[in-house]
Design a binder for this molecule. Structure first.
Ligand code: QV4
Ligand code: CA
Length: 474
């Protein structure tokens, strides 16, 4: 199926939002491989509009001009080199695939790869796409051709999303062009795709496109017959006719309710016990792609509201740590750059639209405008914890007031205390032994007794998180 990542048991994707390919290749080698990450989700790698009049915003990359691998993040050659270098250290590459639409109406000129285009004329010679490749106007029921009413399925899928020229996914030519784009990436060695705006595409069109894709490249280390990994951006918070389950046949879906659940749970630990809420229509674990925040909802775009971000650093550390300790869904971590202006592109971009590289400080943190949440101490350690406990379920649940703890089968034990002040003997479910507490870097050694109990202590206000596991010592 399309819902299985091929990561040798590694359990976490990191979205290196707006990073350059050369920097991602370096990051795979110097950090992501050793830390046990499964994959990197890229910003859209294909040619996009260049929108200087709005200061080269991040969202220009969601306005495709062609499927040439030539974007603000780098050239085709740089892309290929990144894929190869990351694959070599077991870190896979996932593309953010924008295939519901091309640029907005009113946009024209030259894309990031030098192709000419004219949005108003539905003319994208770099593919090429022309007017017959866009959804016929009479298939869109709204008066102005735009999506205004999310209660009307035809409108959501056949009209223009915020003025973006909508591709006609029922057309065999369009399907083939998209599949060619996917296959080019697969043949280079990419593992998977985040399908942008999938809610605005018909599941049958996605099924047809995915059916045309190649198996993953065995020369890149994938098993023979392995299908690409797909997760679909479907913002379903209940209350609309389009629901995540319509997409389970074509892969996983993004589970935006998880973001809210985590935010509410960190606010009130009493709610942490029902993070996965099937009664609310949340995707089952093996269909859910989960995250605490993403590039949209961290800045007030799609799915925003009640979301933790790097701006609430301590709460964010708790939210991501808890999410990584939990057994629900396949996890993606957001890695951001600092922003106040929600349109702002990456560091350096206001000056001509290019991107500055992150600076890696001596203590492992990032500088140069990059937040690098994936390098935060507790978060990166919990990535190792999640790998070590993969395949186990939550057991030995304890939650009283502002403290929570649980085991993952008999392989690991996690605890969190909101104000960093906790001392208690708890059942860990783990074999007797002496364990290194991960977040403290083994400064705290923990003894699990013959009956599985252990003294659990947390005395750290900034990182009020505790984790031990069988297969992650040292
Ligand atoms: C403007 C007007 C429109 C007008 C149009 C006319 O607002 O009313 O019709 O001009 O040309 C940008 C601008 C937007 C502009 C549009 C078209 O913000 O004002 O329209 O471009 O030029 C990102 C940003 C959008 C941005 C888009 C394209 O979030 O603001 O639009 O990129 O540059 C829903 C969807 C969900 C979506 C979410 C944001 O269900 O699928 O909205 N999320 C994904 C991505 C997201 C991206 C897109 C989809 C589009 O995660 O980052 O939108 O690819 O919830
Ligand atoms: Ca559409």
């Amino acid at each position: 199926g399309y819902d299985i990542p091929y990561c040798d048991g590694r359990q976490t994707i990191v979205h290196l939002f707006e990073w350059k390919w050369t920097d991602i290749a370096d990051e795979c080698e110097r950090f992501l491989g050793p830390a046990g990450f499964c994959a990197v989700q890229l910003s859209p790698p294909n040619e996009h509009a260049v929108i200087g009049e709005d200061g080269f915003p991040w969202w220009q990359r969601y306005q495709p001009v062609s499927y040439k691998l030539d974007s603000r993040s780098g050239t085709r050659e740089q892309f290929i080199d990144m894929v190869q270098r990351c694959n070599a250290v077991q870190v896979r590459i996932i593309i953010d695939a924008v295939v519901n639409h091309m640029t907005g109406l009113g946009r024209s000129g030259q894309g990031s790869g030098g192709s000419n285009f004219n949005g108003d004329n539905l003319d994208f010679p770099g593919v090429p796409f022309s007017s017959s490749d866009f959804t016929p106007r009479d298939m869109c029921p709204s008066e102005n051709g735009q999506i205004n009413n999310y209660g009307n399925v035809e409108e959501v899928r056949n009209c223009y999303l915020v003025g973006l020229t909508d591709l006609y996914g029922a057309s065999d030519y369009v399907r083939q062009k998209v599949a060619d784009f996917f296959n080019d990436a697969i043949d280079i060695g990419v593992m998977g795709f985040r399908v942008d705006a999938a809610k605005h595409m018909w599941p049958a069109d996605l099924e047809a496109i995915e059916g045309k894709t190649h198996d993953l490249n065995t020369a890149a280390g994938f098993p023979s017959g392995a299908r690409p990994f797909f997760y679909h951006e479907v913002i379903d918070q209940g209350g609309e006719p389009i629901t995540v389950d319509e997409y389970f046949g074509v892969g996983r879906t993004t589970e935006f309710r998880f973001c809210k659940k985590i935010a509410w749970g960190i606010n009130d630990f009493g709610q942490l016990g029902s993070i996965y809420d099937p009664g609310w229509g949340m995707a089952p674990s093996d269909k859910a792609l989960v995250f605490v925040d993403n590039h949209d909802n961290q800045r007030g775009h799609g799915g925003a509201g009640d979301v933790l971000t790097y701006k609430a650093g301590r709460d964010y550390t708790m939210g991501v740590s808890f999410a990584l300790a939990h057994d629900y869904g396949f996890m993606r971590i957001m890695s951001s750059y600092y922003f106040d202006n929600t349109d702002a592109g990456p560091p350096g971009s206001s000056n001509g639209g290019n991107t500055d590289s992150p600076i890696i400080n001596g203590d492992g943190s990032c500088g140069g405008g990059w937040v690098c949440e994936h390098r935060w101490n507790a978060i990166s350690k919990m990535v190792g914890f999640r790998n070590a406990v993969a395949g186990t379920n939550i057991a030995n649940w304890y939650q009283v007031g502002d403290n929570v703890a649980f085991s993952r089968g008999d392989k690991g034990f996690f605890a969190m205390s909101k104000y960093g002040d906790f001392d208690m003997t708890l059942q860990t479910g783990m074999p007797a032994g002496s364990y290194c507490e991960l977040i403290s870097g083994c400064a705290n050694m923990v003894t699990v007794n013959g009956d599985g109990t252990a003294q659990i202590s947390i005395h750290n206000y900034e990182e009020p998180v505790f984790a031990i596991c069988v297969a992650c010592d040292g």
